[in-house]
Design a protein around this ligand. Structure first.
Ligand SMILES: [Fe+2]
Length: 269
């Protein structure tokens, strides 16, 4: 792409003798653009493929965490479990249900429950398909449950063209609830602001923060149900955790409480 821009920029400044040959040079930028765009497409496909082959294996103190960047929004979905062959949680299966299911099978896992951090479309699009093939239940905060029934609130209609409502959750969560599968227990932390029913799941030295808190930023508050004051209030809860606590957000790279308190403008103000 840089080569394309460079050639387009210098052609008008070429000497007349060379400009006479501009008709010969004209196809060159077009060819360069095609080559560059093809290279970008191929490298993105390669990266997508690579991310499924070499997905990060993260760890809590006593659990394994597989992280996948799912769909066009690259939403982080997580498989959380203690050991291969046991039970697992699936957190935010936002897309690519079949690929997720293949990984679940590859580790011989049984899905105890699907956990949602909130009800936005890019965190829920694979939920029904995954529930159908695994038979797992779905847990989410009560205040976001309505988003599964309303494509305008979840944005599944405008951004993903999905008209049909999702199957309702099998369990509604509240702040302080515990969710457990074999060897793993997580505590529900209600953190409204990005959506009314946004939650984080914390335990074993880690917190899955959804779109409440990212590395260096926070989730937007201008969508349905967003509330900036509520988000600021929710963020204050993170100060109670040890600095080394690992944070696994809904998008982007993982971070830690200590790093965010030092560097995240929304957390250190
Ligand atoms: Fe979101």
């Amino acid at each position: 792409m840089y080569l394309y821009v460079l050639i387009c920029t210098i052609i008008p400044f070429l000497p007349d003798t060379v400009k006479g040959k501009q008709r010969i040079l004209f196809p060159l930028p077009v060819i360069c653009k095609s080559v560059c765009l093809s290279a970008i497409c191929i490298s993105r496909s390669f990266l997508d493929f690579f991310s499924w082959v070499c997905y990060p294996v993260l760890r809590g103190e006593n659990m394994k965490i597989l992280q996948f960047a799912l769909g066009g929004n690259k939403t982080n979905g997580y498989l959380v479990f203690q050991e291969d062959g046991g039970e697992c949680f699936v957190i935010d299966p936002g897309a690519e249900a079949q690929k997720l299911y293949e990984k679940i099978q590859a580790h011989s896992l049984r899905v105890k429950e699907i956990l949602l951090t909130h009800g936005h479309f890019d965190h829920i699009m694979a939920v029904d398909e995954l529930r159908n093939v695994t038979g797992a239940g779905l847990a989410m905060h009560a205040s976001d449950a309505c988003m599964l029934q309303d494509g305008q609130k979840s944005y599944a209609l405008p951004f993903a063209g999905r008209q049909a409502p999702f199957h309702p959750p099998s369990r509604l969560l509240q702040d302080g609830d515990k969710v457990s599968c074999e060897g793993v227990t997580l505590t529900v932390m209600h953190t409204p602001g990005h959506t009314p029913g946004s939650v984080c799941y914390g335990g074993d030295g880690v917190i899955f923060t959804g779109d409440t808190l990212f590395a260096g930023s926070v989730g937007r508050c201008d969508l349905w149900g967003g509330d900036e004051d509520a988000l600021i209030n929710s963020l204050s809860r993170f100060h109670a955790f040890p600095a080394e606590t690992r944070l696994y957000p809904g998008h982007g790279s993982s971070t830690s409480i200590g790093k965010e308190i030092r560097t995240n403008p929304f957390l250190c103000r």
